[in-house]
Ligand binder design. Structure first.
Ligand code: HEC
Length: 376
């Protein structure tokens, strides 16, 4: 990833070749646009190296690099590039993924999730002059969560599997959809979520994403010694048949159907420099500002004033060293006011420089893919 624009279109590399800021680690020439070059004769090859690597699909990274030039004035189209990919910053396990091709962007597919990939690029001119170390760019594909729990096949049936003391009565014998509003039905997802309320004013005992409170509410309502419903009191010992399964589903947002769709930041936001920023506060802390992501599939049934997505800020001293396993800051669900356009989070930052990426997570753990890197 890189600190300027995201989402690389093949043409973009060309436009940026003139002098975008490159986030590179490793030795390299360090400053600006001379990758140097071993030369044949007196011709010198200049190459600014890789510009960016960023997730473009769940298993694919888009890599782009600058256009090489040489003192023989060979045309840009005559330059060739080789790309190496590794999973370690020292590139000790690198593999050649593009061999002397006349292109300056690459979609590298078939990759694993939750792995940081590093890329280096070598340029060649028609005479075979070769660029030297121009540093690395890196990208990390978000971890793909386990398949979410399906209410219809894994949770709903529980309401009719545990019989009461009479050996046959199950929950939905009493709690069924034929009962009007004002009586809890456990027969359909809608009614479970509505509870004893109405679609407009749901008051179900299940609270999306919050198994702890849901479990407590459920126990209180169901296993209360004072409960006038005889059947309830009789089943106290059977709570373990329900709670673990229901709890996992509740923590995944208590959704009607499994959600495997990623949250995503708005394309216009990603293009808009003003919507993302990083500041070094100069007092050992940094500040990162970002907009809402969207994920209609996981919006909870009850109207919420705040964003239900969780945001993780990942950082590193430079782009290629961002730690995507341990966020430097987490913005919990329901902290980011829906009315606010951006959220700012402040966190300890011991480095002079910084590169940051924000990812949004829904209840299931699906993470946003397209990102905008910010830094200082
Ligand atoms: C013999 C009929 C009967 C059976 C069987 C039964 N319930 Fe109930 N339940 C009731 C009645 C009646 C109420 C009180 C009316 C209401 O709250 O909807 C109630 C209330 C509840 C409430 C509280 C609802 C609220 O929002 O206040 C919960 C939760 C509940 N039952 C869960 C269950 C579960 C889970 C099962 C199966 C393990 C079950 N019940 C089995 C009759 C039954």
């Amino acid at each position: 990833m890189r600190r300027t624009d995201l989402m690389i279109l093949p043409v973009l590399g060309l436009m940026l070749a003139a002098g975008g800021c490159k986030n590179r680690s490793g030795s390299g020439s360090g400053s600006g646009s001379t990758g140097g070059g071993s030369t044949g004769g007196s011709v010198t090859l200049s190459f600014a190296g890789p510009l960016d690597a960023a997730p473009s699909q769940g298993d694919e990274v888009a890599v782009s690099w600058a256009i090489a030039t040489n003192t023989a004035n060979d045309p840009p189209g005559s330059m060739r590039y080789s790309v190496y990919r590794g999973t370690k910053p020292d590139m000790s396990d690198e593999q050649l993924v593009l061999d002397r091709a006349a292109q300056h962007a690459l979609l590298d597919g078939g990759l694993l999730d939750d792995v940081t990939y590093y890329y280096r690029v070598v340029a060649f001119d028609p005479a075979g002059n070769q660029s030297e170390d121009t540093g690395l760019v890196s990208a990390h594909l978000p971890r793909i969560p386990l398949p979410p729990i399906d209410y219809g096949t894994e949770v709903g049936p529980l309401w009719s599997t545990v019989p009461a003391r009479d050996g046959k009565t199950v929950c939905i014998d009493c709690h069924h959809d034929q009962q009007p509003y004002g009586f809890l039905s456990l027969e359909s997802w809608e009614r479970v979520m509505i509870g004893r309320g109405t679609p407009e004013k749901p008051d179900g005992f299940i609270i999306e994403g919050n198994a702890k409170r849901t479990g407590a509410a459920f126990l209180e309502l169901y296993f209360n010694e004072q409960n006038p419903v005889q059947a309830h009191r009789a089943w106290r010992f059977k709570r373990e048949f329900f709670l673990p399964e229901v709890a996992n589903w509740v923590d995944e947002g208590a959704l009607p159907v499994p959600d495997t769709t990623r949250p995503s930041f708005d394309f216009d936001d990603l293009q808009n420099r003003a919507r993302y920023s990083a500041t070094n506060n100069g007092d050992g802390t940094a500040y990162v500002n970002f907009p809402h992501a969207r994920d209609p599939e996981s919006v909870p049934i009850r109207e919420k004033l705040d964003d239900h997505l969780e945001y993780h800020v990942y950082g590193g001293p430079d782009s290629a060293s961002i730690d995507f396993r341990n966020p430097v800051a987490v913005v919990k669900r329901y902290f980011f006011d829906k009315e606010s356009t951006t959220y700012g989070v402040r966190f300890p930052w011991p480095h002079e420089t910084g590169a940051f990426v924000v990812r949004a997570y829904d209840y299931t753990g699906n993470a946003s893919l397209h990102e905008r890197e910010v830094g200082f």
